[in-house]
Ligand binder design. Structure first.
Ligand code: ADP
Ligand code: ASP
Ligand code: MG
Length: 408
């Protein structure tokens, strides 16, 4: 029996009309195999970057309502073109924006969360044999203003539509064969994974594996929607991301890296209870997400406090810290965006000792200095100098033998 599938194509699969037509052929093939499909699209290629640059050329911190109105337009181009490409292939198709459908989000411009998806219209169209082609990345708030879901947010639209439709699977088409042990562009020995648990994918995505947006994985896990990551360039079977029952797992199953954060340090703050909250509260109150945090051992009743934020938030965070420093009687503020974070992830890490020390030893053997460390139950992350990121990823991939499958 045919399945109901959501097929999401990312910007890398839509760089030009030729690639867009190749994506249309994949949809045609899926339909010809007896399935029903709803399509979700990103903007073509680097269109979203171009739109963001345009906004920044007008104002370094543009009004967020207008920012969303602008950067959401890339997706509208894709869906209209795709509907044309599908009708050229004798299929019935209709493009839809988030507004036309009613993809309701909260108010948070630039990083909105999906609250509700109305699918009556979609269901009706699918029943009539029409392929809905939906803009990813966009939503609307309760005032009817356009919102966007954060970079990579079309993945989340794909999953949300799949959940609302009760689809069998959400297929995410991209420019690599699936989810690898690490970014195949950074490590040539990266190995394609057939299967990844939601839990591990959450950690990989949160640590920088942009192949799936973190929120898409969270949404899928919460609603038990399997995600299949596939290549739009090859016929690889891809990677199934789903709930996996406990079974033998490698200690480390993947490595993620990111180099778009900045490290901020406030020196010489009083070493007293409540200081961390005084430093971080104004940062989070202004909507800035803090990632790694380190408070150094105090000396002479003062301490240094360091944390990382997304680079785009670094200058606002620096301004806030300057004020905090004044009110706390603290010292200087330093900002460093020449950093990267490398994380090893694995469910098998749970209850195993010695993994962190092995990681640190590998880095030491490669003369890579660790600036910050943070751990969770199934993840260990280090912040290092940016130009050493590739070296670190490759060395760790070798040391934990990620190129070899457990079954091999
Ligand atoms: P799309 O345009 O399809 O949304 P993205 O650029 O957002 O594509 O995500 C795909 C990219 O994710 C790949 O090209 C790859 O460089 C990167 N990536 C990072 N980590 C991984 C990983 N573990 N497995 C696969 N790809 C990864
Ligand atoms: N076009 C948006 C971006 O570039 C959303 C996405 O690609 O998922 O971030
Ligand atoms: Mg993406």
């Amino acid at each position: 029996m045919g399945k109901l599938l959501v097929q999401k194509f990312g910007g890398t699969s839509l760089v030009d009309t030729k690639r867009l037509e190749a994506a249309a052929d994949i949809i045609v093939k899926t339909i010809s195999e007896g399935n029903s499909v709803a399509v979700v699209l990103s903007a073509m290629g680097v269109e979203t970057d171009r739109l963001i640059d345009l906004a920044k050329a007008i104002h370094p911190e543009p009004n967020l309502r207008e920012y969303d109105a602008l950067v959401s337009t890339g997706e509208q181009i894709s869906v209209a073109l795709m509907a044309m490409a599908l009708s050229k292939r004798n299929l019935k198709a209709k493009s839809y924006t988030a507004y036309q459908l009613g993809i309701q989000t909260n108010k948070r411009h630039g990083r909105a969360r999906i609250l509700d998806v109305k699918v009556e219209k979609l269901k009706k169209q699918i029943k009539k044999g029409v392929i809905p082609v939906i803009t990813g990345f966009q939503g609307m708030n309760d005032e009817g203003d356009i919102t966007t879901l954060g970079r990579g947010g079309s993945d989340t639209t794909g999953v949300a539509i799949a959940v609302a439709l009760g689809a069998d699977e959400c297929q995410i088409f991209t420019d690599v064969d699936g989810v690898f042990t690490t970014d195949p562009r950074i490590c040539s020995k990266a190995r394609l994974l057939n299967q990844v648990s939601f839990e591990e994918m959450l950690e990989l995505s949160s640590a920088g594996a942009k192949v799936l947006q973190l929120r898409a994985v969270e949404y899928a896990r919460k609603n038990k929607m399997p995600i299949r990551v596939l290549s739009s360039f090859s016929e690889s079977p891809g990677t199934l991301v789903e709930e996996i029952e406990e079974m033998e797992r490698p200690v480390v199953s993947g490595i993620s890296s990111l180099d778009n954060e900045a490290k901020l340090t406030i020196r010489g703050v009083p070493d007293l209870p409540g200081v961390a909250a005084k430093i971080l509260s104004p940062i989070s109150d202004s909507g800035i997400e803090v990632d790694v945090i380190v408070q150094n051992i105090g000396a002479e009743n003062t301490t240094d406090f360091t944390f990382t934020v997304d680079q785009k938030d670094a200058s606002s965070a620096e301004e806030i810290l300057k004020n905090t420093s004044k009110s706390l009687g603290g010292g200087s503020i330093e900002m460093d965006d020449d950093i990267a974070k490398v994380s090893i992830v694995g469910r098998g890490m749970r209850g195993q000792s010695g993994i962190a020390s092995k990681m640190f030893q590998v880095l030491a053997d490669n003369e890579i200095n660790i600036l910050m460390i943070t751990t969770s139950e199934i993840k260990i992350s280090v912040v290092i100098q940016k130009d050493l990121m590739k070296k670190a990823v490759n060395a760790l991939h070798d040391a934990f033998q990620l190129d070899k499958s457990l079954k091999a």
